[in-house]
Design a protein. Structure first.
Length: 198
């Protein structure tokens, strides 16, 4: 199968996985159910993803890919760190409180095995946080921020950016955010970070 055709087919399968996940939860989602929804063979899913956890790891990885790629590219350039946070913030917030992230987090909360939560953490948070830490360390080197522990600085930035937005989305108490909302909140997070870590 040509790469372009395979990529399109994977997107269709992964869209079907979200549909089944939202309808049945993680525990009720099976590879066979996803295959039927995607009109694909069960064998194809197992060949491409290995198992259900592998498929969901692919979903989380793809969901976080734009943010991770953005950070990697920015870190290779010579933009100052706070400018990087300025362009990263809206993307990261959109990722974390977007519809797909909400579906994955709801499913993880309902998964008593903890399997999906582990996958979310490894393919999402643990893949992006080291890059975010590099940005804040660059800010310290450039004299833009002052802090002792980089992990605490990362935590502060995420608190300022996200706050309770993700949990409010997951429990259905907040609508999908607009791009303007994400942009404004990201700018405010950087402004407060500068003030607090000056």
């Amino acid at each position: 199968m040509r790469e372009e055709k395979r990529s399109l087919r994977q997107q269709q399968i992964e869209a079907a996985a979200y549909e089944v996940l939202e309808a049945k939860g993680y525990g009720g989602t099976s590879m066979l159910g996803i295959a039927k929804q995607a009109r694909a063979s069960n064998e194809t899913l197992y060949n491409w993803y290995g198992d259900k956890q592998g498929l969901f790891q692919a979903l989380v990885t793809r969901n976080a890919e734009e943010v991770k790629t953005h950070l990697q590219a920015e870190l290779q350039g010579d933009n100052d760190a706070l400018s990087i946070l300025g362009t990263l913030g809206p993307k990261l917030l959109t990722l974390l409180i977007g519809d797909r992230a909400v579906a994955l987090n709801r499913a993880a909360a309902a998964d008593s095995s903890g399997e999906l939560g582990t996958t979310l953490s490894m393919a999402g948070r643990e893949a992006v946080l080291p890059l975010l830490e590099q940005v804040l360390l660059r800010a310290r080197e450039e004299g833009q921020l002052t802090f002792e522990h980089s992990g605490e600085a990362v935590g502060l930035y995420l608190d300022l950016l996200i706050g309770d937005q993700q949990i409010r989305r997951v429990i259905g108490r907040q609508p999908r955010p607009s791009q303007t909302f994400c942009q404004d909140r990201a700018e405010r997070a950087v402004s407060h970070l500068r003030r607090l870590l000056n």
